[in-house]
Write a protein of this length. Structure first.
Length: 566
């Protein structure tokens, strides 16, 4: 098997971590579509020891088995007999042959089936590597962690698209999980720029669904009964989903994520009534039926698969051209994985066979000339507004969420344009796609104008400038007694703190202008990035000024700004 350069770098980093003291389990972060199954197949082959790949649903057992089969790796299946038969049939249907071998030391297991395996089985002590697919599931005390711990002599590779959980629990051994180290692969945006993923067009049309009273539970996800009830209370979401698909992506291969089976059936019926061949696929759809649906989808007999609790994690369906979101989720992991289903490239077999030999520019050119120059994502439930864009680089930690720094992660606040429905970063004064500008608002405070100094009332603007002048001017302390001297010292300390803060602000502003933003947009971005407008920032006291300067410097360092502006 041939790995891409970023996969090789990631594999080598994982091997290096395993050489470090007390590092047994490594979590590897690679975006949806980045080739996690190819990577773990390569690692399993390299090790040359008994191995176990663990999946949490039968569809993912089949997916992992197909990945090994595609690479010609003989393997056994720890699954019911009918599932084994169905998977081997899919092997033949997809690859012309099967590498299923009963008794092979490399095995793919469903987590629940594995739990029933005799713990005294010699194979379990012989396993040298264990790969739980979708590694963010693993907590020490849950069924995933318990099964990983049954392999006493194995090193672990925990692949995931995002090293985080909706419930905020930590994935590290020092927190709630079992990972000892974290290896970061490239971000989704980096893979898009290199031509390994397809860029996208995103639409967020308005909806009449009211999610404001749907609570988020301890799991970090919305309450399922109330989420379903809120979605089904809509009078228009089913029709809107079909309408927007026909408007933006008619004739393209699409997956629609639905909130439950009832909604999925309504959507499939509405698609068919509009002349779009559609079928429902769920986590309970038998493997053989699933394989048949996928074949019909790839051959365009079906144009829509309406999904309930599947086709999210671990699914490789390269043909997807459009994703429609009809299911609200508070889980960034789930949202990003569903979004990522549309980002795999769709090029000719000739291009695909030579893809790794192309330059980045050649790959981008081939994508631009393909039948899918850009993927289309239509978000009907506000997932993008809630989570931010999924391809924005993010920082991850193996600690619990509540113990991590509260510094910004780089996620920009978004809003959807009411005119063209395209989402954009809120710092823009106008929609960058259609030019629409929201009507004037109350302009009596920086908060009400989102840090836009240009929009402030003259009196408010003058007041803020007066406050700055007071900071910059001499102290108004009288006398030379202890109190007067203390006031003058505090004033001097404040001026010094402001001096260093403003130097950082000047560099930050110069960077934003350097990359093409207007002063107005830079001011608004500053507000959303740091929670304070540029004028009020110049009136902060010593402590607040120092904290803001530190945050600005951190962002500048993360983007290597000083080197860019030299």
């Amino acid at each position: 098997m041939t790995l891409r350069d970023f996969q090789i770098e990631m594999r080598d980093a994982i091997y290096q971590r395993w050489q470090e003291p007390n590092v047994f389990n490594v979590m590897g972060v690679l975006p949806t579509g980045g080739g996690k199954t190819v990577l773990f197949s390569s690692i399993v082959r390299d090790f040359g020891t008994p191995a176990c790949i663990i999946a949490h649903r039968l569809e993912l057992v089949a997916q992992a088995s197909l990945a090994l089969n595609r690479e010609g790796i003989p393997h056994d299946l720890i699954a019911p007999k009918d599932v084994k038969h169905a998977i081997t049939k899919v092997h033949h249907d997809n690859h012309g042959s099967s590498f299923y071998r009963s008794g092979s030391p490399i095995r793919v297991a469903g987590v629940d089936t594995l739990a029933n395996l005799d713990g005294h089985d010699r194979w379990m002590s012989q396993v040298g590597i264990v790969v739980p697919d979708e590694g963010h599931h693993i907590l020490r005390a849950n069924k995933w962690g318990k099964q990983v711990l049954r392999f006493p002599n194995a090193r672990g590779f925990f692949p995931t698209a995002h090293a985080l959980r909706a419930d905020g629990r930590g994935l590290g051994r020092g927190a709630d999980g079992l990972a000892d180290s974290l290896v970061m692969g490239p971000s989704p945006r980096h893979l898009i720029e290199r031509g390994y993923l397809t860029d996208y067009r995103l639409f967020c049309p308005s909806s009449d669904v009211d999610f404001s009273n749907v609570p988020i539970g301890s799991s970090g996800e919305y309450s399922a009964p109330q989420l379903r009830a809120a979605t089904h209370a809509s009078n228009s979401i089913v029709g809107d989903i079909v309408k927007q698909y026909l408007k933006h992506a008619a004739g393209k291969l699409g997956v629609t994520f639905a909130v439950d089976v009832e909604a999925a059936k309504q959507l499939a019926q509405a698609y068919r009534a509009a002349g779009v061949p559609a079928e429902v696929i769920t986590a309970d759809t038998p493997i053989a039926v699933r394989s048949q649906l996928m074949q019909q989808f790839r051959s365009r007999v079906l144009l829509q698969l309406v999904s309930v609790d599947c086709l999210g994690e671990g699914t490789d369906v390269p043909a997807i051209e459009v994703v429609s979101m009809g299911r609200k989720t508070a889980s960034f992991q789930l949202f990003a994985q569903q979004f990522g289903r549309a980002l795999r490239v769709m090029v000719s077999d000739e291009h695909a066979s030579a893809w790794n030999t192309y330059t980045d520019a050649q790959r981008r050119a081939a994508i631009a000339a393909s039948t899918k120059p850009k993927a289309i994502v239509i978000d009907h439930v506000g997932n993008t507004i809630f989570h931010g864009l999924p391809d924005v680089p993010r920082s991850y930690s193996l600690e619990r969420a509540e113990t991590r720094t509260r510094a910004k992660t780089g996620v920009e606040a978004l809003k959807a344009c009411p005119e063209c429905t395209r989402p954009y970063e809120r710092f823009h004064a106008h929609c960058p796609y259609c030019g629409y500008e929201c009507p004037p608002r109350n302009r009596s405070s920086p908060e009400q104008v989102e840090g836009d100094i240009i929009e402030l009332d003259a009196a408010i603007l003058a007041s803020l400038r007066g406050d700055i002048a007071a900071v910059d001017g001499p102290s108004d302390a009288r006398g030379t007694d202890l109190v007067g001297n203390s006031i003058r010292k505090q004033h001097k300390d404040r001026q010094q703190a402001q001096f260093t803060l403003r130097k950082a602000m000047e560099l930050w502003g110069g960077w934003r202008i350097h990359v093409g933003e207007t002063i107005r947009d830079a001011n608004r971005r500053f507000w959303y990035a740091f929670g304070v407008d540029v004028l009020t920032a110049q009136t902060l006291g010593v402590r607040d000024a120092a904290e803001l300067e530190a945050r600005i410097r951190t962002e500048l360092q993360q983007h290597n700004v000083e080197a860019q502006l030299v």
